[in-house]
Design a protein around this ligand. Structure first.
Ligand code: HEM
Length: 147
């Protein structure tokens, strides 16, 4: 319950500015693993990572990611209701060539974004609360790779 409060409280302001926060998250992700950028086919003909990050299709994906997080935060009391959706989302990511190992870096990028935007409010219990939520989302998405 304490976890839920921490998550809701921290998402309240972040969720109002989804795209810029999502861009911070994905910039970090591509720092950790530049190869992931190549999985976005529409980024093949942009010059620099920075150009790619500002392409409309890419910003759309960022928005989609943030909306999934938003859905998870809104459904903290009933996360199993998102399982089918997340399993299918996992399947789609398997199809575009994402590896489940990348979820570690995605998680790190999520925490990085939270730390950047929350500053002092980024505490150890808050970090753990988000990690717990993230691990539930990852577990559900990972079902999409199961045979
Ligand atoms: C779709 C890549 C992580 C949510 C896609 C697509 C690609 C992609 C290439 C299809 C093209 C597009 O819709 O833009 C990646 C990569 C990731 C990643 C490389 C990190 C390793 C995530 C995460 C979430 C997410 C963490 C949310 C939790 C979505 C959604 C779609 C999508 C909602 C649209 C699916 C649909 O068409 O129904 N992703 N993605 N992605 N991604 Fe990701």
């Amino acid at each position: 319950e304490k976890d839920k409060e921490l998550i809701r409280g921290s998402w309240e302001s972040l969720g109002k500015n989804k795209v810029p926060h999502g861009v911070v998250m994905f910039s970090r992700l591509f720092e950790l693993d530049p190869e992931l950028l190549t999985l976005f086919h529409y980024t093949t003909n942009c010059g620099s990572t920075q150009d790619c990050l500002s392409s409309p299709e890419f910003l759309e994906h960022v928005t989609k990611v943030m909306l999934v997080i938003d859905a998870a935060v809104s459904n903290l009391d009933d996360l199993p209701s998102l399982e089918d959706f997340l399993l299918n989302l996992g399947r789609k990511h398997q199809a575009v060539g994402v590896n489940t190992q990348s979820f570690a870096e995605v998680g790190e990028s999520l925490l990085h974004m939270l730390q950047c935007s929350l500053g002092q409010a980024y505490t150890a219990p808050l970090r753990q609360a988000w990690l717990n939520l993230y691990s539930i989302v990852v577990a559900a998405m990972s079902q999409g790779w199961a045979k």
